[in-house]
Design a protein around this ligand. Structure first.
Ligand SMILES: [Zn+2]
Length: 118
């Protein structure tokens, strides 16, 4: 598969409320960002797999709006061992190492994965 094919397939899976990731069949490395080559060993023998959507907050930041409200944006480490950037809802309870689970939110007719504090 090419990069754009993998990216397109991601949106299809999001609409089915599935969280995909990629596993390298050569070295076993797991990663989220859609690409046709393993960033660790360079192999193109990669496959799309699905996460259970459970993980923990690895890093986070609060981005404040003019009205004083904020959104939490962070890096989530999934139990399968890959990391991804996402919005984290229930910002008051969000903190490093807190457990989170994936939820899917529809924006302009397409679903996207976000995380909420478990
Ligand atoms: Zn690899």
């Amino acid at each position: 598969m090419r990069d754009d094919e993998i990216r397109e397939s991601y949106f299809k899976y999001f609409n089915e409320e599935k969280l995909p990731f990629i596993q390298c069949k050569n070295c076993g490395h797991r990663f989220y960002y859609p690409r046709a080559f393993c960033p660790k060993c360079g192999s193109s023998d990669v496959e799309v797999r699905f996460s259970k959507g459970q993980g923990k907050i690895f890093a986070m930041t609060k981005i404040y709006r003019k009205d004083g409200s904020y959104v939490v944006y962070g890096i989530v480490e999934l139990d399968e061992g890959f990391r991804m950037y996402s919005n984290i809802v229930e910002g008051n309870q969000a903190d490093i190492a807190k457990r989170v689970e994936v939820i899917f939110k529809e924006i302009n007719g397409k679903k996207y994965p976000l995380f909420k504090v478990a």
